[in-house]
Write a new protein. Structure first.
Length: 138
């Protein structure tokens, strides 16, 4: 029995379908609006935004962006012991979030936007460090 094979035209269609799906789903996966590292740094320095690391405490040991507030994603989705007072004090600022890859920060951005807050996704910490911006050990 002969197994079916994919010709070049079918392969191109499959690749295009995946590319289109990624373009459509990207905002859902990564929280919509993305902010570049340099832009985020400028906004934080100007006092119009705060940078938030939503990784979990064990992940912070390897280093964090120097100006970042450390607020775990699990606390945002849990009892908000740290998030509630932070949001009450910073509700008028832009919240720029990052995690390891941009997925958790994207989910957090979606949640915060639904709550009426101004939030954007930096993506992963690597975007900050690749821009040569300062980090620290918590």
């Amino acid at each position: 029995m002969h197994s079916p094979s994919i010709n070049f035209a079918q392969l191109v269609l499959i690749v295009l379908a995946f590319a289109a799906a990624f373009v459509v789903l990207r905002p859902l996966l990564f929280g919509g609006r993305r902010v570049g590292a340099a832009e985020a740094s400028q906004r934080v320095a100007a006092g119009t935004a705060v940078l938030i690391d939503v990784r979990e405490p064990g992940e912070w040991r390897s280093g964090v962006a120097a100006p970042a507030q450390l607020l775990a994603f699990s606390d945002l989705n849990g009892d908000r012991r740290q998030w509630a007072p932070f949001l009450a004090t910073h509700k008028d600022k832009e919240l720029i979030l990052y995690c390891a890859s941009g997925l958790r920060s994207g989910q957090a951005v979606i949640r915060l936007k639904k709550e009426g807050l101004n939030a954007a996704n930096l993506g992963g910490l690597r975007r900050w460090t690749s821009a040569g911006l300062p980090t620290r050990k918590p």
